[in-house]
Design a protein around this ligand. Sequence first.
Ligand SMILES: *Cc1c(COP(=O)(O)O)cnc(C)c1O
Length: 429
Amino acid sequence: MSKKESDQNQEKVSIDTRLVHGKDFSSAWNFKNHVVPPMTSNTTYRLESVERGAQGFAEFGGDEQEHPIWVYDRLDEPNNLMLEEQLAYLEKGDNAVTFSSGMGAISAVCLATLKAGDCVYSDPTIYGCTYSLFSNWLPKFNLDVKWKDSQKKDFLDKPPENLRLVYLESVANPNLKIAPLKQICDRVKEINKTRAPDKKVLVAVDNTFATPLGCKPLSLGADFSIQSLTKNIAGFGTELGGAVVTKKEWSTPLKVVRKDFGAVLNSKSSWHILNHGIPTLNLRFKKQQESARKISAFLLEEKEVEQVLYPSLKSHPNYENAKEVLTTDENGDINAGFMISFTLKGGNERTKNFINFLAQKSYSITLAVSLGLTKTLVEVPRLMTHSSLDDSASAEGDISAKLIRLSIGIENPEDIINDLKSGLEHITK
Ligand SMILES: *Cc1c(COP(=O)(O)O)cnc(C)c1O
């Protein structure tokens, strides 16, 4: 098959097929030889001439990735490049840039876009380490981080001249809050009409909870979609990684940040994510979501349960935003994903009692941080992943010590439900 024919076919195939096969003619590997691209284990590349070496540095980070000159792994790397091609495809972006972790990706967006004196608007409901980055580190570089509730109508009224970055999570960790992302991006477009190119407001969205299957922030008008690959994209709990999917003009600045700050994704990790995580993502997501729908419906009926937060439930506080921001499945139902948060009636002690029972007695539910794995995980964010929030931030972000976060795996949902039932029975004794 000629290159051209094959390229045309890859445009026509469904997402399931494309995630299994990847880009047919990637410049990073010749698929004539292997069915699975080999794990690249190499840091530097043979250069035929001084001229070619110089050219490699001169062209580094450029848009022309058809035939990159491989120089050194901190610049570009074949497994990473193939993974980046798949991630850009998944999120409908021009480019993706991988990093060593989700936090590496978030820091890189800050480093690429901000300079001293700039202002950042962030919703207070965000991942604990992002909160720590914004409250402990950015102010050291004279960056002014303002915590603003993105649900409020006046979120972007009269933004200051130095506002450069609006930072949100599409489905927020840990309480699944969903911002009116489309309206926010439209408002930013309005604001940017009168701003010089280097003063334009940019929108960065952490899309980890939703995954690229549940939300496509770039299609809604965002400039950056960030993934902690560690979660559902790697999917098996074996690799750390991060990525930023973006428009063409931000690919080079992000690669330069990666080159100079060094948060490079290890090629052995990207190989696993490319060959195991990505091809099974759709399959895992569908199974997890199907179970999450059943489990959220079960929790809703339980009398010991006070509140269930799952984006496709009409009782979700941001259900209207969910309909606009999240994608739908083949039946037109919201792709609400695999995360469920809920609270129990009674105080914090009862919650602890319930979680400790699961930690010790449950077979299918594991007490652990992280999410998006094949195994079902449970945690109490306020005491674990979000413990770096101070009390006012946790109150503002609606993250109490009663909130329980569940990440649904690929087990049989009936087993997960039975374990939850035993936990609920235990606390009523
Ligand atoms: C886990 C997580 C991160 C950080 O990702 P790492 O890969 O652990 O660095 C960022 N954002 C969200 C929403 C997360 O859940």
